[in-house]
Ligand binder design. Structure first.
Ligand SMILES: Cc1cc2nc3c(=O)[nH]c(=O)nc-3n(C[C@H](O)[C@H](O)[C@H](O)COP(=O)(O)OP(=O)(O)OC[C@H]3O[C@@H](n4cnc5c(N)ncnc54)[C@H](O)[C@@H]3O)c2cc1C
Length: 447
């Protein structure tokens, strides 16, 4: 679904904007749309001429508020994206938990969310941003970040961007927002990206057609299925057109470095080791080349500097297990947009003002991170944890839904650390031990 107004020529691009957003994924579209809604001039530069296939296809309920502020909910309701009401977990023996329905704990509008084809979803976000006043340019690649001195110690003042492959030109901004995803332009250039030593994971993934789908309300459910030795887990995400996204996640050494043969061979072997999954694919046809990504868990040391701010994966990415990526992309875009609007109103786009959203974002991410570390801890088991501490069930569920902002989960994490030795929730990137030995069993206990 590409945009009707996809103007590639740069002839009418202005020389200066209040805000330049680099990257047109969920984070870039959220921040650009919300800043434009406040009446500021915003240029969004997306290097792809048309939205492409991307991993990250399952939303979680707490994305609702940001999407609503952006004006996306009616479009999503009218879309062909499968509705997601629940998540279901399968153990290494193939045993299924009961589906966890979001409406059990949160019976409002947002108890249903969506499974999206990113090429279409990102196109909808870009079109929506354009309609709300953002100057959206696709096929526009940022080649260079401009600072008014050495990048580490000075103010960001704009970019050099190439439109449709033409020679790059300079455009200036009061605020530069990096939403370049795992490309993380600013954090890489400044050398402030910290990998999470506890999560050195890889993923191998593809799409299938004709795979088995559950009936009725469960048709759009995300399934999380562990392999028989619990070293890996699969996601199973129903998409439009009878398509299903299937991916396996596990430690890089196990899934990539120590394997003979191609990623396709490894993927096929792991499918056969996953009793919950293999029968669902018996009649299915793989409809896309296999794809691989690894070492995707990192956080930047800081979220903002003078004249710049980081959103979405350009700031950090945790792990795919709880489908938190797009929520964090949208929410960080929203939080950074509000900080930017306040900074522009005060005519002070300093690191201090722009970075006002960082504590809330970090706290939200830390809550997910604790449950992620728990998931990957050998011998840890959510069902056992909840048997000992039943009072924490709803808090865990709230984190799975994505209700992690402005929340205090101190007692949950204190009790969690009685059963696992994870880094504290406030540490930036975990360095205190490895928890990536295997995917744990009975995540279903949490649900
Ligand atoms: C294996 C795996 C599985 C995942 N599964 C899920 C899931 O089920 N649910 C979920 O919510 N999340 C999932 N995620 C995470 C999700 O994909 C990301 O968190 C999300 O896409 C981040 O959005 P973003 O806007 O920050 O970045 P992106 O969506 O990556 O967008 C960045 C954009 O910047 C553009 N860009 C880059 N460089 C330039 C440049 N120089 N000039 C102009 N444009 C540029 C790119 O073309 C791209 O469109 C998964 C991630 C992984 C690794």
């Amino acid at each position: 679904m590409s945009s009707a107004n996809n103007t590639l020529a740069d002839s009418d691009v202005m020389d200066a904007y209040d805000v330049i957003v680099i990257g047109g994924g969920p984070a870039g579209c959220a921040s650009a749309t919300l800043v434009a809604q406040a009446g500021h001039s915003v240029l969004l530069l997306e290097r792809q001429a048309k939205p492409q296939f991307k991993v990250g296809e399952s939303l979680i309920p707490a994305s609702f508020e940001t999407l609503e502020r952006m004006g996306m909910i009616d479009q999503l309701r009218a879309s062909r994206f499968p509705k997601k009401y629940s998540v279901q977990f399968f153990s290494g023996s193939g045993k299924a938990s009961s589906p966890f329905y979001f409406h059990e704990t949160d019976p409002g509008d947002r108890s249903q969310t969506w499974q999206v084809l990113r090429s279409e979803f990102d196109g909808m976000l870009l079109d929506n941003a354009r309609r709300q006043g953002v100057d959206v340019r696709q096929g526009a690649a940022v080649k260079e970040l401009l600072f008014d001195g050495p990048a580490e110690s000075s103010r960001a003042v704009g970019v050099r961007a190439s439109f449709d492959g033409d020679e790059a030109r300079e455009i200036s901004s009061k605020v530069l927002m990096d939403a370049t995803g795992q490309r993380a332009m600013i954090a890489r250039q400044l050398g402030i990206r910290q990998h999470d030593a506890c999560l050195r994971m890889a993923a191998i993934y593809t799409h299938f057609e004709g795979a088995q789908r559950d009936p009725g309300i469960d048709e759009g459910a995300t399934l999380i299925l562990q392999t028989e030795d619990n070293r890996c887990w699969f996601w199973y995400i129903p998409l439009p057109d009878d398509r299903v996204s299937v991916g396996v996640v596990g430690p890089i050494d196990y899934l990539i470095r120590d394997r003979q043969g191609s990623p396709q061979t490894t993927f096929d072997q792991e499918v056969q080791r996953c009793p919950g999954l293999a029968p669902r694919l018996t009649e299915a046809r793989q409809s896309m080349d296999i794809k691989v990504i690894n070492d995707f868990s990192y956080t930047a040391e800081r979220a903002a500097g003078d004249g710049w701010a980081l959103v979405g994966d350009a700031f950090g990415f945790l792990d795919p297990i709880y489908s938190s990526g797009m929520l964090l992309a949208l929410k960080s875009g929203e939080l950074a947009a509000d900080a930017t609007i306040a900074a522009l109103a005060a005519d002070d786009p300093s690191a201090k003002r722009l970075g006002a959203y960082e504590p809330a974002l970090r706290a939200g991410m830390a809550s997910f991170r604790q449950l992620i570390y728990a998931f990957y801890t050998p011998d840890f088991n959510f069902a056992r944890f909840l048997k000992r501490f039943p009072q924490h069930r709803l808090a865990i569920v709230d984190i799975l839904i994505g209700d992690v902002f402005d929340r205090d989960f101190t007692t949950l994490f204190e009790d969690l650390r009685q059963m696992i030795s994870t880094p504290s929730p406030t540490s930036v990137a975990g360095v205190e031990g490895t928890v990536s030995g295997k995917a744990m069993t009975a995540a279903e206990g949490a649900a």
